[in-house]
Design a binder for this molecule. Sequence first.
Ligand SMILES: [Zn+2]
Ligand SMILES: [Zn+2]
Length: 80
Amino acid sequence: MCLQHDYVFQCNHRAFARFDNCPNFGRTCYGAGGTHNELLVQDICSDCKTRPFDPNPKGRLNDPYRAANRRAIEGGGGKN
Ligand SMILES: [Zn+2]
Ligand SMILES: [Zn+2]
């Protein structure tokens, strides 16, 4: 049986680590299935590490396109 290894970070995010395929892979075995080996990482993932340095962490909250949509809907074709 093949085995997939996943990194599991302290922030509970997961990342693919590696895939060990067995000699029967492609013949009688068709992959690792739902059983993944978890490799615990004593650190947070790179996404969580870079997030505090995001130049605009609230960017998604005041997305200009969404704001424009909201104005268009609420304004109902006003003076803009
Ligand atoms: Zn296998
Ligand atoms: Zn994370």
